[in-house]
Design a protein around this ligand. Structure first.
Ligand code: PLP
Length: 460
């Protein structure tokens, strides 16, 4: 199981620092009002601890920065590409690698390569941009997450697992319409919950019975491997490399947002086991992302990505990273703050409906909590609830609310210390003390799609 946090320290020394500044409360109240109570419109310099996302926010190592200096900025045949290709082959076992500007670029190329209108792409739970790209192909995204994955406070391991019966039933429903199954590790949309090796193996067996390919959305593959090592019987003495090799052996390729587990600020790639898939993919990659050996990136970005992919497998790093996320989760539980359990790999999710039971759904409890946390401590989280996932019924005009109403605190990799986490917990505890007097928000502007990015609110 997990080692207590006070038995080890950060497995790095800090070589360079970026100063951050706490603003005063009247300034924060003014800024958030001017931002229409939407933290996407805050200048990041007015944020003290930024937990908006773990994407592209990692601190790179000295080894990665040294690699940046060795960028070979060639249009074709950059040595950094060959290093990346070899790294992916070593870790994942996939021969064919196509870099892309970030994860969604890889999704775009994959969907155009393999998905036809009318197809159905099955997954445990597709990420938002993945779902978007499937829909853009005129196909249907289908989630086959096991029930436990939807239950906020159920303390069970591997809540990113597939419901295997549902998966098979969905395949049988429309024979010939499933181009591939996509396994998202860890499962981002329900809190960074891991998928077990047994479940992945079983998905592969089902796929083989029907002659269907299996791909990974590998954004947080190393974090998933760490959970397997800690929680799954039979894996405790295997290395992260061995676990990753086995996991990817059940797939035909992967998409990767390198902004997560490749520890870089920009980048992604698509990888395949089969040459025929690669050949088809290149037809889409060249017009949209650039040539095969750079994919919308500079040589230096490819090098940082290759080096980050090896670094992320380090067990001390993973223990510290996942340990810090759990550390924050434990502090919040101690302060009586309702969170999604168990704590996943990349963030802590607070249940805003329980936090503000007096605020109705149409006054956006989770968005209200995001705003109050910023005012209280200069801390920026993000809403994953009624604003991000709610919509109006096109016929009746009634609001349709998602099941969950959450504040997400995503933890950047190698960026903040536990003392920052202490402040986050204290600020939330202070909001909790005055929770019953907090008023909700009224939505005053919304765009037709992805409304949370540009929404504007007023105080009720
Ligand atoms: C971030 C993410 C993506 C998209 O990657 P970008 O680099 O943001 O384009 C896809 N899938 C998952 C699971 C992600 O977390």
């Amino acid at each position: 199981m997990f080692r207590p946090r006070d038995e080890y320290a950060e497995p790095f020394r800090i070589k360079m620092v970026e100063m951050i500044k706490m603003t005063d409360r009247p300034t924060r109240e003014r800024l958030i009002r001017e931002a229409g109570y939407n933290v996407f419109f805050l200048p990041s310099e007015a944020v003290y601890i930024d937990l908006l996302t773990d994407s592209g926010t990692s601190a790179m190592s000295d080894y990665q920065w040294a690699g940046m200096m060795q960028g070979d900025e060639a249009y074709a045949g950059s040595r950094n590409y060959f290093n990346l290709k070899e790294t992916v082959k070593d870790i994942m076992g996939y021969e064919y690698v196509v870099p892309t500007h970030q994860g969604r670029g890889a999704e775009h190329v994959l969907m155009n390569t393999l998905v036809k209108p009318g197809d159905r792409v099955l997954g445990n739970m597709h990420f938002d941009t993945t779902e978007g790209h499937i829909l853009l192909r005129g196909a249907e995204p289908v989630n086959c997450l096991a029930e436990a994955g939807y239950r906020v406070s159920e303390e069970s391991d591997f809540k990113g697992n597939f419901d295997l019966d549902k998966l098979e039933a969905e395949i049988k429903k429309c024979p010939g319409k499933v181009p591939f199954i996509l396994i998202t590790v860890t499962c981002n949309n329900n809190g960074g919950q891991p998928v077990s090796m047994a479940n992945i193996r079983a998905v592969r067996e089902i796929a083989d019975r029907y002659g269907i390919r299996v791909f990974f959305d590998a954004a947080r593959f190393a974090e998933n491997c760490y959970f397997i090592k800690q929680l799954e019987p039979g894996y405790e003495s295997k290395t992260i490399e061995e676990i990753a090799r086995e996991m990817f052996s059940y797939g035909d390729g992967c998409t990767m947002s390198a902004k997560k587990d490749a520890l870089v600020n920009i980048g992604g790639f698509l990888a395949f086991r089969r040459e025929e898939d690669f050949r088809k993919a290149v037809q889409w990659q060249i017009p949209f992302e650039g040539f095969i050996t750079y994919g919308g990136l500079a040589g230096r970005d490819l090098e940082a990505m290759a080096r980050g992919l090896r670094e992320v497998l380090n067990l001390d790093y993973l223990e510290d990273r996942i340990g810090q996320v759990r550390y924050l989760g434990d502090l919040l539980v101690k302060a009586g703050i309702p969170i999604v359990r168990p704590v996943g790999g990349h963030g802590v999710y607070v249940d805003a409906r329980e936090f503000f039971p007096h605020i109705p759904r149409d006054q956006f409890p989770a968005q209200t909590l995001v705003v109050e946390l910023y005012i209280e401590g200069g801390i920026r989280g993000v809403e994953l609830g009624g604003c991000a996932f709610g919509r109006k019924d096109p016929v009746t005009g009634e609001d349709i609310w998602p099941e969950l109403e959450l504040l997400r605190l995503a933890i950047p990799r190698r960026v903040y210390t536990d003392r920052h986490m202490n402040l986050v917990a204290r600020a939330l505890a202070r909001v909790k003390e005055r929770a019953s007097s907090v008023r909700g928000l009224k939505l005053t502007y919304q765009a037709p799609v992805l409304r949370h990015f540009t929404a504007r609110f007023e105080r009720v």
